[in-house]
Design a protein around this ligand. Structure first.
Ligand SMILES: [Fe+2]
Ligand SMILES: [Fe+2]
Length: 247
């Protein structure tokens, strides 16, 4: 059995608030018996080097911590601080952790909030899935399906059909994990489970939980508690458990 602790959207912005919410989550997770921690993007809020130094210092544990970029991240600063490399090409990473294979895709478009899997990323993923003889768990920041928040759905992945074609052509893709929506949510995509992690930094309101007209100014609930999804993989089967992280 492998247990993946999936969190997202830490948005380190130099504030005490962001730092304390991440510390609360990481302290909780370090006390849990998990095999890998996955953080699906928007690690930094402005993409500054200083913010990545916080990422590097805070998103650590005795188990592997897998990271991927979101629309608030900056590829060059991310590479410089977290990967000790340079360049602005998509940050696509194949990782083995907890005995599982993770294909972590860069769905960002520099300077934009919505997402796109570039042709080179789709080719890379296709190759990873074709070369693997075991299940592969795919991670990306942007949700490829509508999650019923009109604002967030307006900045979802632009080319879900391209991703779906790659996944449907594979016998090894097992599930898709994403962030970006700041919402714990589950659906299906290309015949696979699709799970979005809650946001550490904030939670998006749903249209049916408020009488307010939702706009960017009031969509993010900053008082809601951070959360985590525990994905349990056993004999190739996946179950996902959602938990809030109380103070
Ligand atoms: Fe975010
Ligand atoms: Fe995002």
């Amino acid at each position: 059995m492998t247990i993946i602790a999936h969190i997202s959207d830490t948005h380190f912005d130099g504030s005490e608030r962001a730092l304390s919410r991440v510390r609360r989550a990481m302290t909780y997770l370090r006390g849990c018996n998990v095999d890998v921690i996955l953080v699906t993007g928007d690690l930094a809020d402005h993409g500054d080097v200083k913010e990545y130094n916080q990422v590097k210092a805070e998103l650590v544990a005795d188990v592997p911590v897998l990271l991927l970029p979101g629309n608030h991240d900056d590829r060059a600063a991310y590479r410089e601080i977290l990967l000790d490399s340079d360049g602005s090409a998509p940050i696509n990473q194949l990782k083995r952790a907890g005995g599982l294979l993770f294909a972590l895709c860069d769905s960002t478009i520099p300077g934009e909030d919505d997402g796109l899997l570039a042709p080179e990323t789709l080719d890379w993923l296709k190759g990873v899935l074709a070369d693997s003889e075991e299940p592969v768990f795919v991670g990306l920041h942007h949700h490829p399906i509508r999650l019923n928040n009109p604002l967030l759905d307006g900045i979802r992945l632009r080319n879900p059909d391209d991703l779906a074609a790659v996944l449907r052509g594979s016998s090894t893709a097992r599930a898709v994990f994403c962030g970006h929506a700041h919402a714990a949510a589950a659906g299906t995509f290309a015949g696979l489970p699709l799970i979005a992690a809650p946001g550490i930094f904030s939670t998006t309101r749903l249209p049916w939980t408020t009488t307010d007209q939702l706009a960017w100014a009031n969509t993010f609930d900053r008082d809601d508690v951070p959360g985590v999804v525990f994905h349990v993989v056993e004999n190739g089967e996946l179950t996902s458990h959602f938990r809030s992280i109380a103070e």
